[in-house]
Design a protein around this ligand. Structure first.
Ligand SMILES: [Zn+2]
Length: 65
């Protein structure tokens, strides 16, 4: 697996859970690749911020109707 394949799997994982095989391959690459470790860390932080954004003030102001 290269970095491009790894980033594709990370994005795929947003839509559907990875197969155990893909997950294992992704983890293997991540363990070896400092570039993807940094990218993945940024990505998970960003995801958390996005979730907080949509579950926080904005959702309350927009209402639930
Ligand atoms: Zn990589």
């Amino acid at each position: 697996m290269n970095c491009r394949e790894h980033s594709k799997l990370v994005l795929d994982a947003l839509d559907h859970p990875l197969s155990p095989q893909d997950q294992a391959r992704a983890d293997e690459h991540l363990a070896d690749c400092s570039f993807c470790q940094g990218a993945y860390r940024q990505f998970t932080i960003m995801q958390r911020e996005i979730k907080r954004f949509f579950s926080g003030d904005v959702a309350e102001k927009e209402g639930n109707s």
